[in-house]
Design a protein around this ligand. Structure first.
Ligand SMILES: Cc1cc2nc3c(=O)[nH]c(=O)nc-3n(C[C@H](O)[C@H](O)[C@H](O)COP(=O)(O)OP(=O)(O)OC[C@H]3O[C@@H](n4cnc5c(N)ncnc54)[C@H](O)[C@@H]3O)c2cc1C
Length: 435
């Protein structure tokens, strides 16, 4: 193998194995939280990384805009300032409303995670993460839509991607390709990796209203939604954005009978019609269209490594099935992935590189496999309205139980930790951990 002499080459170890036709050591498709975090850690490891992003920053992403302490930890790890002076809105915990009760549950005090969460519009957050990756040395091309895989004819291994950009079509090549292209992951689908029917999937809609509740210092979650005296399917949230508006939305899981046949926009309007008028969740105060998207949960797409392609974030179906949180998992999987690739590309022989890359699904299973298995059981159980109603009614009158539930649902424990931490960790460890 000859050394690549192109000006894009950085001082990457493993560069000796780089093929002359390569545009980078690693191509990352998609610059959402998963892609930018992967690119950041790869660039930090000295690799030449090329991010291809179809949109142009700042761009919108349909989201609740809420970060639990898990998300805060991931931001801090990347050296991002999360101070209020820098525009972040902090929250102290989760307010849960259900069965006619209202409980404020502060985020747990732990050594692994900070004791606060954050809110930030995705238009800001995603741009900030992409710029951070660029500062670390990753190259970002915006307005480049990846249209399909390019294979090595002999080995059948992925060697690049075809892309469409303003001035035409072209191919980008690298030794390793990362699919961080979100829930629909066209690239994974083109490789034959579809969503799994046996794994949870949520669908949620959200919009923004001008509201006096915009500076709420708790994230608010509604366990049951009412239309008069009729219980509606689904769960809702109200997150204060601190800028005069609240992000308001609701979602349903595919384990619910109403999943495929619900008018989400109508459901949102019905739910909000029952809210106190002074909160201002009315059409006149709506500042954005109502938009929806899917939440692929609990390893909804596998395998996470296949013929040179590695999946991060929503592309790999990594949203937490307990609470619908996806940003933290997109970022964490990006970090795990980047560390795997850095080790793989430092190996002298191709077979060794392959062996290290093939370890990525195992590393993911070690991080989340047991927990997601418990989550899949949870999602099945709450898909039954009578069970959900029973659980909500009993849990809401037991604050200690709800504090435990918060740790479980938000995946916030210390290794070792107190009795409730050990119980959550023990459950995840004992649960089956299939691919
Ligand atoms: C309504 C709703 C509310 C949510 N609320 C929350 C919340 O409050 N907190 C939370 O943590 N999570 C929430 N989530 C989940 C969260 O939004 C996702 O888990 C998260 O965005 C995943 O990040 P990602 O980087 O994997 O994918 P994405 O954020 O989807 O990023 C994918 C990127 O790839 C780009 N891309 C796609 N296709 C191509 C292509 N062919 N070529 C080039 N680029 C491409 C896209 O433009 C995008 O920039 C919510 C989701 C929904 C739908």
């Amino acid at each position: 193998m000859t050394e690549h002499a192109s000006p894009v080459t950085k001082t990457s170890y493993g560069a000796g194995l780089r093929r002359p036709a390569d545009d980078a050591d690693v191509i990352v498709v998609g610059a959402g939280p998963a892609g930018s975090t992967t690119a950041y850690y790869l660039a930090q490891a000295g690799l030449d990384v090329l991010m291809l992003e179809k949109s142009t920053f700042p761009r919108e992403k349909v989201c609740g805009d809420g970060l639990t302490p898990r998300g805060v930890r991931a931001l801090v790890a990347m050296g991002i300032s999360v101070s209020e002076q820098d525009g972040w809105v902090r929250n102290k915990g989760l307010r849960v409303i259900g069965a006619g009760k209202r409980l404020e549950l502060p985020w747990p005090e732990l050594s692994t995670y900070p004791g606060y969460g954050l809110v930030r519009p995705r238009t800001d957050l995603d741009q900030m993460l992409a710029r951070r990756a660029q500062q670390a040395g990753a190259r970002l091309l915006e307005g480049v839509t990846v249209t399909g895989p390019v294979f090595d004819e002999r080995s059948g291994r992925l060697t690049g991607v075809a892309a469409k950009e303003a001035d035409g079509e072209r191919t980008y090549r690298a030794r390793v390709i990362v699919a961080a292209d979100g829930n629909s992951s066209r690239l994974s689908v083109a490789m034959g990796l579809r969503k799994r029917d046996d794994r949870p999937l949520g669908v949620a809609v959200r919009t923004y209203y001008q509201s006096p509740r915009h500076d709420d210092d708790y994230l608010e979650s509604w366990l049951d939604l009412w239309d008069g005296d009729r219980l509606l399917p689904g769960y809702g949230w109200i997150f204060g954005m601190g800028d005069g508006t609240s992000n308001v939305g609701l979602g349903l899981l595919n384990t619910s009978a109403a999943f495929g046949n619900t008018d989400y926009h109508a459901l949102l309007r019905k739910w909000l019609a029952g809210m106190p008028a002074e909160w201002g969740f009315t059409e006149e105060n709506r500042t954005q269209p109502i938009r929806g998207a899917a939440l692929p949960m609990g390893f909804n797409r596998t395998p996470h490594y296949y013929r040179g392609l590695l999946l991060a974030g929503d592309a790999g179906g990594m949203v937490n099935p307990f609470n619908g949180e996806g940003i933290a998992y997109a970022m964490e999987s990006g970090e795990i992935l980047a560390r795997t690739i850095a080790q793989a590309l430092a190996r002298a022989r191709r077979t060794e590189t392959e062996r290290v890359l093939a370890g990525y699904p195992r590393a993911l299973r070690e991080a989340y496999g047991g927990y997601y298995s418990v989550g899949r059981v949870f999602v099945k159980a709450i898909g039954r309205p009578e069970l959900m109603r029973f659980a909500t009614k009993h849990a809401m009158s037991r604050p200690a139980l709800m504090r435990f539930a918060l740790k479980l649902l938000a995946n916030l424990t210390d290794p070792g930790g107190d009795a409730s931490d050990r119980l959550v960790n023990g459950l995840s460890k004992l649960a089956p951990n299939p691919e």
